[in-house]
Design a binder for this molecule. Structure first.
Ligand code: PMP
Length: 389
């Protein structure tokens, strides 16, 4: 019997003995379209600087000659460099890494979640959290935010105390809204988990783009053995294609993840790439400053045409005030600019581009708004600092 080359169908999938909690789910699927200006997945839009490309090439060439052997299972050199980069007195024992922070989050759910356990987060937030929960058979609990998608310490702590989740995922700066949480929220949520020993994970994928004065939850780690801060090299380091995420936490958290990780999960090529990039983090982070400038241009530009951008501590801007978000998304795409429709009525999300890409987005946006007069009557997040979400 030979294979048909027809694509699979929903019926064929339904006929497989898939786990019940995966039935009917859609996979993660941000469109990967070939358009001139791609601003939909919060990548770093600035290419890796030549100096860093050369260092990665040398480092990977060296690793290539030993690819007959399994890599360093403990990736000690990489953990040392990540700890040095983070600072806060952290050592390699406080750091763990995996193939993207998505894999870090998955390992945390494998170790601390699972059947009969729960993970709580506060939508709208990173769309992978419910999928990672489903993949590990952990029940997902949706917490509630306040007006303008804000989350106060009192509200978050009260909800966590009531539902007693095994894990809490706090995304800060939050995707898709872009705004960082105050550390008071993290402290209050951690205190609320004390009686039932819940893990508190702060996803700081976008931390390097934060506005001045926004603090990292790394400063809260001492004395909090169930607090975990996750980071990634996909954003500030412009290495989304290399797949390197990491965490900082008490050393015993890494011991827990050693129980669920696959042997040799970080390839020698990945380790060599990440180490070379970390040795040049100063050059890489120079681009972060430009991206922040483009982000601020977007905020100002959108305000200038009557739209309502949220406070952004990240490399993207979430904005409201649209009459029909999907029609606007399509009209931008028709002009060669791909942004993200996150499914929240009247809102879209755009990644800060290079100067030219940002200009192309702002021009296309002004054109679309001018033609369709897309302003909706609802007021939405202002850019005033106190309204953190
Ligand atoms: N956390 C957040 C909030 C994200 O937006 C993303 C990527 N979009 C990730 C984690 C995962 O990134 P990666 O796996 O590339 O590290």
């Amino acid at each position: 019997m030979s294979y048909s080359d027809a694509p699979s169908t929903p019926d064929a999938l339904a006929a497989l003995p898939l786990r019940e909690n995966l039935r009917g789910l859609s996979p993660y699927g941000a469109p990967q379209l070939d358009v001139p200006v791609t601003l939909n997945t919060n990548e770093n839009t600035h290419p890796v600087p030549d100096e860093v490309v050369a260092a990665i090439r040398d480092s990977v060439t060296q690793a290539a000659s030993s690819l007959n052997r399994y890599p360093d299972r403990e990736f000690t050199g990489l953990r040392q460099r990540l700890a040095e980069y983070l600072g806060y007195g952290l050592t390699e024992n406080h750091v763990w890494a995996a193939n993207g922070s998505n894999e870090i989050l998955q390992q945390l759910l494998q170790a601390f979640g699972g059947p009969g356990r729960t993970v709580m987060s506060f939508p709208p937030t990173y769309s992978m959290y419910p999928l990672l929960a489903a993949g590990t058979d952990t029940s997902y609990l949706s917490g509630l935010r306040g007006p303008g998608f804000s989350l106060t310490a009192e509200s978050a702590a009260a909800q966590v105390a009531e539902r007693e989740p095994n894990l809490v995922l706090l995304c800060s700066p939050n995707n898709p809204t872009g705004t960082a949480l105050g550390l008071d929220v993290v402290e209050a949520v951690y205190a609320a988990t004390e009686s039932f020993k819940g893990m508190v994970i702060v996803d700081e994928a976008y931390a390097e783009f934060a506005l001045a004065g926004t603090e990292s939850a790394l400063s809260l780690l001492p004395g909090r053995p169930r607090l975990v801060v996750t980071r990634t090299m996909s954003k500030a380091f412009a290495l989304a294609g290399a797949r390197l995420g990491y965490l900082a936490a008490a050393p015993e958290v890494s011991d827990a993840l050693r129980l669920v990780r696959l042997p040799y999960h970080l390839s020698a090529v990945t380790q060599a790439t990440a180490i070379a990039a970390l040795e040049h983090y100063g050059v890489l982070l120079e681009n972060v400053e430009d991206i922040k400038r483009q982000r601020d241009r977007i905020v100002e530009g959108l305000k200038g045409i009557g739209l309502e951008p949220a406070v952004s501590d990240s490399n993207f801007v979430f904005f409201g005030g649209l009459d029909d978000a999907h029609a606007t998304w399509q009209a931008l795409l028709d002009r060669g600019v791909l942004v993200r429709d996150v499914g929240i009525p009247h809102h879209l999300r755009v990644t800060a581009g290079t100067e030219a890409e940002t200009t192309a987005f702002l021009d296309a946006m002004a054109d679309v708004i001018g033609r369709l007069d897309h302003r909706s009557p609802q007021p939405f997040p202002t850019t005033d600092r106190p309204a953190r979400s």
